[in-house]
Design a protein around this ligand. Sequence first.
Ligand SMILES: Nc1ncnc2c1ncn2[C@@H]1O[C@H](COP(=O)(O)OP(=O)(O)OP(=O)(O)O)[C@@H](O)[C@H]1O
Ligand SMILES: [Mg+2]
Length: 147
Amino acid sequence: MTKDLDDLAAMERFGAAIAERLRPGDVVALSGSLGAGKTTLARAIIAAMGHVGEVPSPSFAIIESYESPMLRIPLVHADFYRLDHPDEAEQLGLDDYREGAAMIAEWPENAGGFADEPGCLSIRLEHRGEGRIATVEPGADWVSRCP
Ligand SMILES: Nc1ncnc2c1ncn2[C@@H]1O[C@H](COP(=O)(O)OP(=O)(O)OP(=O)(O)O)[C@@H](O)[C@H]1O
Ligand SMILES: [Mg+2]
């Protein structure tokens, strides 16, 4: 299914719709080329989860955790752009970060991909005009709660 995201306000609304459906163990896998809007959507989700304040792009740190009591559930924001090999995700302790948390993953394919997990919501972002279009593929656990 596809979704038009014509402007930043549409991005905020889509992020909020994802945030209210998110459960521990889920992965929101955000793919798309440079500048497609992955970090923008990730920030919209994190803000809608209740986080107040800055959301640094994890392109350098690779993994950022959000566990403040303001958040409904613990959240991990990962950007796997800089990984050279999927094994590196494991070496960073990704499984430990994910324990009890939901994850938002940019460049998921660099970590081997997560689409085989039933809790994976795959979203591909592409430019369309001034805005973006999202192609959404829900894993089995998302079918009945697809945003
Ligand atoms: N739906 C939208 N409509 C218009 N502009 C958008 C939309 N989504 C994102 N943008 C703008 O696109 C630019 C790039 O977005 P963003 O940094 O989120 O991309 P990215 O996919 O994370 O890129 P990278 O892979 O380089 O990290 C930003 O300036 C952002 O404001
Ligand atoms: Mg980004």
